[in-house]
Design a binder for this molecule. Structure first.
Ligand code: DDH
Length: 290
């Protein structure tokens, strides 16, 4: 399968920055969502889950076709709770009907990372809505009840190496797990609506205890009320991963740099960009004095 980015010559950087601003302002206004965490984290998760179905072996899945708009993909258990993020995007799609679902969902994730004080993530337009029969089968997103070998294999399918896998998981500085969505409970840290290296600091510094939660699933809990999934904790159990966790805990700049590049790669997996395709770096609302 080949997916070539369609460059829309009628649209310029300003058109996409306008969409960015509309999403950013809505995140700012609807700040009471999920106990005042706001919509940022779940928009990051929507962009990631739209992209995380990618399989490098046959180039299927990924963000290109916008198949997250179909019931089949939405009904994957791993996508429980993402209805809130899609509902958030509904009025944006009405206001800007010319943008594809894949472009909107990935742009929303980039916007959320940047507005929550994360790194600038380069973004390129050109995803095209594809028909329902191109929707990947359920089961391609990761299962948290696993260790390092599973994590390494999973990220290999997304064409990600150890350093990229660790950096991507650092997105768990944002938001929280919800019993009703995933059967896990609690946040990874305190600053659940700002993008930092806190996930790595907490992995190394908290006193973790593996226990069964109210839903009967195993998770690591700390006295401060933080949690880690088994796949998160695998990053300190595996020596190669641990080295990278230590680096990112000690050097937030190194984490930001790696995250910016592998998050762009994740969102673009499976897409061929023509040479004349533009690359955009959006301004935050702050930078525009908005
Ligand atoms: Fe994640 N994630 N994720 N995650 N994720 C959950 C929430 C959030 C796994 C499982 C879960 C990434 C990798 C993995 C975010 C971003 C990213 C939840 C809880 C589970 C479970 C959902 C709920 O109950 O509402 C597993 C397993 C992996 C893995 O690496 C193997 C990656 C790569 C990202 C990314 O964005 C790059 C974010 C943000 C959330 C918080 C959502 C929210 O509503 O808050």
């Amino acid at each position: 399968v080949v997916h070539i980015a369609a460059v829309n010559k009628d649209r310029s950087f300003d058109d996409y920055q306008r969409i960015y601003n509309t999403i950013a302002e809505k995140i700012r206004e609807e700040d009471e969502y999920d106990g005042y965490i706001g919509y940022g984290p779940i928009l990051v998760r929507l962009g990631w889950h739209s992209s995380g179905t990618y399989d490098k072996n046959d180039n299927t899945g990924g963000s290109y076709g916008g198949t997250m708009r179909f019931k089949l993909e939405q009904s994957d258990g791993a996508n429980n709770g993402l209805g809130n993020a899609r509902a958030f995007m509904e009025p944006i799609l009405k206001e800007f009907p010319w943008i594809s679902h894949g472009d909107l969902y990935t742009l929303g994730a980039v916007c959320a990372v940047q507005e929550l004080q994360g790194p600038k993530v380069k973004w390129r337009p050109g995803r095209v809505d594809m028909p329902e029969d191109t929707t990947p089968k359920n089961g391609r997103l990761p299962d948290a009840a696993n260790g390092a070998d599973y994590v390494r294999n999973f990220y290999a399918r997304l064409n990600m190496n150890d350093r990229e896998a660790v950096a991507l998981t650092g997105a768990h500085c944002l938001g929280r797990t919800h019993l009703k969505n995933s059967g896990f409970d609690g946040p990874w840290g305190a600053a659940s609506n700002s993008f930092t290296n806190e996930f790595f600091v907490n992995l190394l510094n908290e006193q973790w205890k593996l226990q069964k939660n109210k839903a009967g699933n195993m998770q690591y809990d700390s006295p401060k009320g933080y949690m880690m999934l088994e796949t998160d904790y695998a990053l300190v159990q595996d020596p190669a991963y641990l080295k990278i966790v230590k680096e990112f805990a000690n050097n937030e700049g190194a984490f930001f740099k790696e995250f910016a590049s592998c998050f762009q790669k994740l969102l673009e997996n499976g897409i061929d960009y023509p040479k004349d395709a533009p690359t955009y770096v959006f301004k935050t609302l702050d930078e525009q004095d908005l």
